[in-house]
Design a protein around this ligand. Structure first.
Ligand code: HAM
Length: 424
């Protein structure tokens, strides 16, 4: 076959059976999120480019290398969202929600776009389920948000996960540390990879993102930011640990966890799969107390996370998905039709039956044997056969695939007969 079009690199088609897994997870996640007090928000997939450049930060991989940005015919600079935190904050401000008292808790589920190097677990279009809790500075909320993330994993029976936490300070204490780090790294610039040499000039904290062994070894000689934060940040972190312990959440300190986005203050965290070190972060988040103000709002503390849906599903089902095994969605009643008039006769009755069960009308025009096979493949309990004779008499042959029993049913008694067998 000469297929003319292929999906863009780094994107996936989610088919039939795999789609069922997605829906199963999504249903459970919605339930959990609502139990934790989050309400759904949907923001556009496109936003002004400047929103991400400012919120996520220039000097980050996302902004410098990974954004799908373009100019519209009207001359607007637009970006396909690489993440949703900035969008939620934009929506919070634009819809006047700053006047609402208390903490506002949003959740979202949807596609994100990053022009990253595709590999297993890393895509250019991927999906996140995430939360943003806006309005409270309390470390207790940080702990509750981390607990929410774990509840999402528990809801889909994900096991073998670990929580890493860190503190990366605030505008009071971070600049001093960053200056110290920069001076220290400049003195050792030769030892760092090329990317890190650029990082140390533009955004020194990003040095901690580097995966190159020699850079990591070298950085081991510098005290981590968690040891340099101010007293208030230290207290915040201690209270976070106490709150996590109160909920029996075990978390390890990871001093190199600075996260790849610039808006974080104080708490950062990730949840990872222990076994699989490549693309092992299934979920990441943290506190971002400066972002609302940076986007033009009043000073407003906030905290959130996003969980990668594809990575979580790969963790749950590590075997490669084979679309050959895919099947169509199951039905209760399969209507096998011989000829177009019979199909129309069946279609009219299918409308009635669909009020109580799932119905497929076979319009392929293939032989009855092949249609019976189709009925088995779809898991149907009942087959209703309509040919010329049945059409003329306004009837159907009804076959129960459980016991093979077949009988004739009049059109006006069809609904009752089907309901009796299905118990619906
Ligand atoms: P992030 O760490 O960039 O954070 O992404 C969160 C999760 O999305 C990752 O842990 C990973 O599971 C998934 N993910 C990221 N990039 C890819 C990719 N290319 N392919 C597949 N999965 C990917 C954020 O996006 C922040 N907005 C999280 C947040 C919310 N912080 C505060 N609130």
């Amino acid at each position: 076959m000469d297929i003319r079009y292929r999906r863009p690199r780094g994107t996936r088609d989610v088919l039939l059976e795999e789609m069922e897994r997605w829906r199963w997870c999504e249903e459970r996640w919605r339930e959990v999120l609502e139990r934790y007090g989050f309400g759904e928000i949907r923001t556009p997939l496109i936003e002004p480019t400047d929103l991400f450049t400012r919120a996520v930060g220039s000097g980050t991989d996302i902004v410098d290398k990974e954004m799908y940005s373009f100019e519209t015919k009207g001359g607007e600079q637009i970006t396909l969202r690489p993440e949703a935190t900035a969008s939620v904050v934009r929506a919070y401000l634009e819809n006047g929600l700053t006047r609402q008292p208390g903490t506002l808790k949003f959740y979202y589920l949807g596609p994100m776009f990053r022009y990253d190097r595709p590999q297993a677990g890393r895509y250019r279009q991927f999906h996140q389920v995430g939360v943003e809790a806006i309005g409270s500075p309390s470390p207790v909320l940080d702990a509750e948000v981390i607990r929410t993330a774990l509840a999402l994993f528990e809801a889909v029976d994900a096991e073998g996960l670990t929580v890493q936490v860190n503190t990366i300070g605030c505008p009071e204490c971070r600049p001093g540390y960053v200056a110290e780090l920069q001076a220290w790294a400049r003195g050792r610039a030769e030892g760092f990879c090329e990317t890190c040499r650029a990082r140390l000039e533009i955004n020194p904290l990003r040095l901690f993102d580097c995966k190159v062994e020699s850079c990591r070894d070298l950085l081991g000689g510098m005290r981590p930011i968690s040891e340099a934060v101010c007293g208030a940040c230290r207290d915040h972190h201690a209270a976070l640990r106490t709150s996590l312990a109160a909920m029996d959440v075990g978390a390890t300190e990871d001093p190199s966890l600075v996260r790849g986005l610039d808006y974080y203050t104080r708490t950062t965290f990730e949840i990872s799969a222990r076994q699989d070190l490549r693309q092992s972060a299934l979920c990441g988040g943290g506190r971002y107390d400066g972002l609302v103000e940076q986007c033009g709002g009043p000073p407003t503390p906030a905290v959130g996370f996003s969980l990668g849906v594809e990575r979580t599903l790969r963790h749950l089902y590590p075997e490669e998905f084979d679309p050959q095994l895919s099947r169509q969605s199951p039905v209760d009643v399969y209507m096998a039709c011989l000829g177009q008039p019979a199909m129309i006769h069946a279609l009219a009755h299918a409308e009635l039956l669909r009020g109580v069960c799932r119905v497929e009308v076979d319009t392929t025009g293939r032989g009855v044997k092949a249609q019976m096979k189709g009925a088995h493949a779809r898991g149907a309990r009942l087959v209703l056969i309509a040919g010329d004779d049945e059409l003329a008499a306004g009837k159907f042959q009804m076959k129960d695939l459980n016991d093979g029993h077949q009988r004739e049913v009049a059109g006006d008694g069809l609904l009752a007969a089907v309901r009796e067998v299905l118990g619906s």
